[in-house]
Design a protein. Structure first.
Length: 133
């Protein structure tokens, strides 16, 4: 497998790279976490998954700086995820630095309530195990 960047020539406030492993698209994103960059990364990941025919995605965002917050996560699901519903990606795992108190992330809660199969994990291994099910 090799890593590739679809838009290497365009300067952006974030970076995202992809690797395809079987039916899973692995994406790594970095930059400043705000609604615009998270929306842009989400759309790039979705487009790459469609282009490569991968129904499952793993997005590692541990290198993002900052947090979206409750409203930012709600808006992400409402404004960005909803139009993508049923268009190719069946399951998504996000690897992120989680609240040390544990528990499900707010993003997971909102996404599940809207019928999306997405889950946030603290480790790459746990995310891959879940995607393999």
């Amino acid at each position: 497998a090799r890593w590739f960047n679809h838009d290497a020539m365009q300067p952006k406030p974030y970076a995202v790279s992809f690797e395809v492993k079987g039916e899973i698209l692995h994406a790594r994103a970095s930059g400043v976490r705000n609604p615009e960059t998270v929306s842009a990364v989400t759309l790039e990941v979705f487009q790459a998954a469609l282009a490569h025919g991968t129904p499952k995605v793993l997005v590692d965002v541990r290198a993002f700086e900052g947090r979206l917050g409750v409203l930012g996560n709600y808006d992400l699901v409402s404004d960005v995820f909803d139009p993508l519903r049923g268009k190719g990606v069946k399951k998504a795992a996000v690897v992120d630095t989680l609240d040390p108190r544990g528990g499900e992330s707010f993003l997971d809660t909102v996404a599940h309530n809207r019928g999306f199969n997405i889950r946030t994990f603290a480790t790459l291994e746990a995310a891959l195990e879940w995607l393999a099910r």
